[in-house]
Design a protein around this ligand. Structure first.
Ligand code: GLN
Length: 278
């Protein structure tokens, strides 16, 4: 099989993927251990039998609906290349907005103490630590396997120390923080979105929350005042139709400077509030 022939297998992914050609190129690069420019430069190159085997195994898994990130075991987020497993959500580009907002809340050189709740792969905590090496960053997750994964990601990226700990939301943390961030589960269990595409392979515990998807956000808003310094910020990623509800929860609990930011598609995606009391 030549490279040009292998690329034609993208037809098989047309029913399952929004990007069949790209997925096929990614699998081929993975099988060949070459960059994508190689595929365009050497279309006549013959694959070895080991390369064909690796390529078709990836293609078959994708045909069965598995997300590309789980097949490759990695996902790009921010400037980082993260290991991912089915124990956690696959980091999304939309979540980079949360990282951007968090980085812009304080002057660059202020040493801060911050926490990422439900850290999963460690994506948000590690992105922040990579940009602000002087920050004391904590990441927690209820799932042991996620904490192990986040620690592996930190080690493989050689990033400054992040304290990854096991426990539910704020429970494993002590002391007060300048900023608490979270991409918690926020989808309603009956949402049609859960029945389609990549999301079907992700852990429901990372996606679904009670009370129209707001129960975990509500819990964190209520408990965070015991963990925030005066003037500390709480930031969430949430569903694109949840901004008004999340802002109301913030305001009703006494947070100030409550605001919402949009993701790269222009949807409301991140809301935040400042705790100005002690
Ligand atoms: N934005 C993700 C999705 O729509 C969900 C992420 C989450 O629940 N935290 O699939």
């Amino acid at each position: 099989m030549r490279i040009a022939e292998a690329l034609a297998f993208s037809k098989r992914l047309e029913d399952i993927s929004d990007s069949p050609r790209l997925d096929t190129e990614i699998f081929l690069c993975h099988a060949l251990e070459k960059p994508s420019s190689y595929l365009m430069t050497w279309p006549e190159k013959e694959l070895t039998s080991a390369q064909i085997e690796r390529f078709t195994a990836c293609l078959q898994r994708r045909q069965n609906g598995e997300p590309v990130a789980y097949i490759l075991g990695t996902q790009a987020f921010w400037t980082l290349d993260l290991e991912v497993t089915t124990d956690t959500l696959i980091p999304r580009a939309d979540t980079e907005v949360l990282v951007e907002v968090a980085l812009n809340l304080f002057p660059e050189n202020t040493p801060l103490r911050i926490a990422d709740l439900g850290t999963g792969t460690g994506a948000i905590a590690l992105a922040l630590a990579s940009e602000r090496p002087a920050w004391e960053v904590w990441g927690c997750d209820r799932i042991d396997a996620a904490v192990d994964l986040a620690k592996r990601n930190q080690a493989r990226l050689g990033l400054p120390d992040v304290n990854f700990v096991q426990g539910s939301w704020l429970a494993p943390l002590g002391g007060r923080f300048d900023m608490i961030v979270s991409n918690p589960p926020y989808i309603d269990q009956h949402d049609e979105h859960l029945k389609q595409g990549d999301v079907r392979f992700e852990p429901l515990s990372a996606l679904v929350a009670a009370e129209n998807g707001l129960s975990d956000i509500m819990h964190i808003i209520n408990t965070a005042p015991d963990y925030l310094l005066k003037g500390g910020w709480l930031l969430f990623e949430h569903g694109y139709q949840q901004a008004a509800a999340v802002r109301k929860l913030f305001c009703d609990s006494g947070y100030e400077q409550v605001n919402t930011y949009q993701d790269y598609a222009g949807n409301d995606r991140v809301s935040l509030g400042c705790w100005n009391r002690l």
